[in-house]
Design a binder for this molecule. Structure first.
Ligand code: NAG
Ligand code: NAG
Length: 186
């Protein structure tokens, strides 16, 4: 096989793996049969990130300029989410259907999983002493509660973004603010 796998997610429907690749494909693998049962070729550039909804049989994939949403088990296309231009390195989704995508330029986009609506944009702030070119988001995950987002960033920090409880539908549906985790020992 001549494709380079950039990432793999396990655990959908028990026995599957999804991979996103440098060759721009997404492959759904059936582990018991030991082969792919679907190859999705809709992306035109490298797929660097995948996110699996924790409760629904749906997932998203990101390549530069576009996030696409799909349904299991066959990989039926659901929708495009566009607006975040450039390379998207990482995504995470919580049980409330908040999808976050992290850009190589430090941008954070917040999307409604169901409608694909981009309800908030943010830009990371590099820690003092870092160069602006070190604004990049590499990896992210929600904590178990789904209310805090942990992001590994190019300025060598892990930042925690949390929902602003005082935000309402009129000010913003949800607002996420960040704080930096510094030298805490666990
Ligand atoms: C989704 O995006 C692709 C390009 O990546 C485009 O060809 C297609 O028409 C779009 N589909 C919808 C439903 O917007
Ligand atoms: C990064 O990309 C986003 C999305 O395309 C854009 O809105 C934002 O202005 C860019 N940020 C910088 C610092 O260039």
């Amino acid at each position: 096989m001549h494709f380079r796998i950039l990432l793999a997610l396990t655990g959908y429907m028990g026995l599957g793996i999804i991979t996103g690749s440098h060759d721009s494909t997404i492959r759904l693998w059936d582990l018991t049969a030991g082969k792919t049962h679907a190859i999705l070729t809709n992306h035109k550039k490298s797929v660097r990130s995948l996110a699996l909804h924790p409760e629904e049989f749906t997932f998203t994939s990101a390549s530069p300029d576009v996030i696409k949403q799909w349904r299991f088990p066959d990989g039926n296309f659901m929708q495009n989410m566009t607006g975040q231009t450039g390379i998207i390195n990482c995504m995470a989704v919580n049980p409330d259907g908040v999808l976050v995508s992290g850009g190589d330029n430090g941008s954070l986009f917040f999307w409604d999983w169901r409608t694909g609506y981009n309800f908030q944009k943010a830009q990371t702030i590099v820690q003092p002493g870092s160069l602006d070119s070190e604004a990049g988001l590499f990896c992210m995950t929600f904590d178990k509660s789904g209310t805090r987002l942990l992001v590994g960033e190019a300025d060598k920090t892990i930042k925690v973004y949390k929902q602003d409880e005082t935000a309402d539908e009129e000010s913003h549906p949800v607002v996420w603010k960040s704080e930096i985790l510094r030298g805490k020992k666990y």
